[in-house]
Design a protein. Sequence first.
Length: 402
Amino acid sequence: MKNVQALYQSSEILEKASELKEQLIAWRRDFHQHPELGFEEVRTAEIVARHLEQLGLEVKRGVGRTGVTAVLRGKEPGPTIGLRADMDALPIQDQKQVEYRSHVSGKMHACGHDAHTSILMGTAQFLTQMRRPERGTIKFIFQPAEEGLGGAQAMIEDGVLSDPQVDAIAGLHVFPFVPVGRITAVRGIGCAASDSIQIRIIGRGGHAAYPHMTVDAIAVSAEVISALQHIASRNVDPLDSVVITIGSIHGGTARNVIAPEVVLEGTVRTLNPELREQMPERIERVIKGITEALGATYEFTYHMGYPSVKNDDAMVDLVLKASEQVLGAGKYEIVKPSMGGEDFSYYTHKIPGVFFRLGVGNKEKNAVYPLHHPQFDLDEDALPIGVAMLAEVAHLFLQNNP
């Protein structure tokens, strides 16, 4: 085998990673057939842990409840980089007609975490079997419960960024609107803060034929929903991004009964941390004004969810350089931030980090559906690219940092 330095100086690194392709596909399809929701990833975590132990790594189970970590140490002391993958699935019914579709009713890997887990397993094998790093340490982080349950925070509270102390972290996310063979990244804020709201509009119910004797909670809620959009269009600087979406409405029991109350649930996405802090007051001011004007009352709950992902410029540069090493020149693009939420943000608020997108789109293989879609799938040719990218980012970080 050629030495590791030579491999890292050409696209031969991708050729080497491609030797793992069949195994990567097998892992990914197995996870896809057996999806587990957040903090339920017992089977997935056991498969991951056994593989890491077989590689001879220092493995810890039960980190952040169902997470797994493994440590690969170099010959000499040096910095530590963390590489993270999330393992949980979504409560979505798989509608694909493929042999590896989900075997679990109402659960599906619709966000590609099966691929993330497989890629990081492959990265651990790739780096271990090629040659341990000359100096420094790589910590593999297999995280539970990214989909709204804050698994990253649970792992941090369980000490995932210590013993050894992690100096920087990298992660990737498959993306179907980027073709296979390409990488995208964002400088600065990469993903939005993701918060949730619940609004209870309290009116006075009655007969549909006598609306003047009631306070129609459904009519009031319609005004509230409409007015909330004015925050984004007329109350916030157009150069600041904010999304307010009401995704759930529950109220009423019959066509001829005016509903006494309605419960609205939604999400608020922001990129600017200062604007995020202002949103609870701005939203409640709208609700208060409309309900008072129309004779209703309200209850309002604002829950701060994931903060925004902060990509470190130096770490982004490593991703771009890694892309050139793995895929050749011109295979990456710096793009605008996403309004999607991602709990990788908890890591980037603690240490420098980078979260980049791995292209998995391919019309010929029907890999065209968006994330969280019941027919989401990906081009598995991207799996060894993910391995090569994470391995090269880790190598460059350990090489370039004292």
